[in-house]
Write a protein that binds this ligand. Structure first.
Ligand code: G3P
Length: 218
């Protein structure tokens, strides 16, 4: 299972990278705005900085909603760095653009996916990744994990290569549940990754080991 971090914050990306378990980064326009990154030149420069920190895939989202605009933006993003994956919204023109990029060998991440039917379309258009937003489904009292399971079944039935990128992860239990289902990738905040480290018995056990060592070596 690949671990991506869902942020445009360079410090958090560096911290996750330093842990040694990071496989990539996902961003979106909201996350860029949260870091105060505005204007095309600054946004492109920021993507390059992210690529310099991580070794894996970096999803960079287009702003256009029409096919021509998405192609123009996506080609510019893909040309920025070999690690860039073009992120496209799940709308009709996004699916067309996905097919266009797939035919050209440019990797894509189809985002804003909330149904199995949408995920099926993205796979048929040759998406590299599909991003179902499980947390946002949970937020409206719908079973987000069930969507991940449905997509897993459909992709397995037809041996689609598209990787399921469980997005909008809220906490560590989402990560564990997605791993059980067989999601290829998860993307979430740094806390959803570092939270996996935590268990009180680990802390208690380590404290006792160190105390016993100290007693025996006084
Ligand atoms: O990057 C897309 C997705 O992960 C958004 O998550 O937390 O805004 O629902 P969130």
């Amino acid at each position: 299972m690949k671990f991506f971090i869902d942020t445009a914050n360079l410090e958090e990306i560096a911290e996750a990278q330093a842990l040694g378990v990071l496989d990539g980064v996902t961003t979106n326009p909201s996350l860029m705005a949260k870091e105060g990154i505005t204007g095309e030149a600054n946004i492109l420069a920021h993507y390059k900085k992210i690529c310099d920190i991580v070794e894996g895939d970096v999803s960079a989202e287009v702003i256009s909603t029409d096919f021509e605009g998405m192609v123009k933006e996506g080609e510019a993003l893909a040309a920025l760095h070999p690690q860039i994956v073009v992120k496209l919204p799940l709308i009709a023109d996004g699916i067309k653009a996905c097919k266009y990029f797939s035919d050209k060998g440019i990797r894509t991440n189809v985002t804003l996916v909330f149904s199995a039917g949408q995920a099926l379309l993205a796979a048929k258009a040759g998406a590299t990744y599909v991003s179902p937003f499980l947390g946002r489904l949970d937020d409206i009292s719908t079973d987000g994990l069930n969507l991940i399971a449905e997509i897993r079944q459909i992709y397995d039935n037809y041996a689609f290569d598209t990787q399921i990128l469980a997005a909008s992860i809220r906490h560590t239990m989402h990560v564990i549940d997605c791993a059980k289902i067989g999601s290829d990738v998860m993307t979430g905040p740094l806390s959803s990754i570092t939270g996996l480290l935590k268990h009180p018995l680990t802390d208690i056990g380590l404290a006792k080991f160190l105390a016993d060592y100290k007693k025996g070596n006084e």
